[in-house]
Design a protein. Structure first.
Length: 201
């Protein structure tokens, strides 16, 4: 006999209500547009890093400048499209923002451990596939918070890590293309759902 206790659990109902509200925010606010632009800036940043690594230098400063510029651009996009205080627009938005901020902090930490010198950055490329593992974790958390389908994003970034290991010299390129395609796919799904919802209305 199925256990239906969750149906009568107030905390479970409240959690589902929060998730439904978050889904509505994703459809009614310009989140798809933000994801498209973030994916574009991410791809540009990774292409720059790929070019730097393959043809220019392994000194850390140009990479730090590139990633810092991308982060600033992403924050500008979110504030411009979603408005000031978008992090506080919903409790789960704040939770996810903190999750992904932690992802960025740990990613930067792993990178800085390796890039203490240019020689180490060239010899210890392990930190690049580590970005994929951290991405996989953050997407898994997102799946728990929003919807189990986001596990597919975790699987995608896990596979992306294997691709980076297989061709480590092209890790920046793989990371850029993989992440951007994922963000654009999510944006396309949201836009499609938005159009369907508009037709029903």
């Amino acid at each position: 006999m199925a256990d239906n206790r969750n149906e009568h659990d107030p905390s479970f109902a409240a959690w589902n209500d929060l998730r439904d509200q978050l889904k509505r925010i994703g459809l009614t606010r310009p989140w798809p547009e933000a994801l498209v632009l973030i994916g574009l800036f991410h791809l540009i940043a990774c292409l720059i890093c790929h070019f730097l690594y393959k043809y220019v230098t392994i000194e850390p400063y140009p990479y730090l400048l590139t990633w810092s510029t991308q982060l600033a651009a992403n924050l500008w996009i979110l504030r411009r499209l979603l408005g000031r205080g978008w992090v506080r627009s919903h409790p789960l938005v704040g939770l996810l923002a903190r999750t992904w901020a932690t992802f960025l902090i740990i990613s930067f930490s792993a990178t800085s451990y390796s890039e203490m010198s240019a020689d180490q950055a060239d010899a210890f490329n392990w930190f690049k596939p580590a970005w994929a593992s951290l991405s996989c974790f953050a997407w898994a958390v997102t799946a728990w918070v929003i919807h189990p389908w986001f596990v597919m994003a975790a699987v995608w970034t896990w596979a992306m890590g294997w691709a980076m290991i297989y061709s480590i010299e092209n890790a920046y390129l793989t990371y850029g293309v993989g992440w951007s395609v994922l963000l654009w796919a999510i944006a396309a799904i949201l836009i499609r759902k938005r159009r369907l919802a508009d037709r029903l209305d």
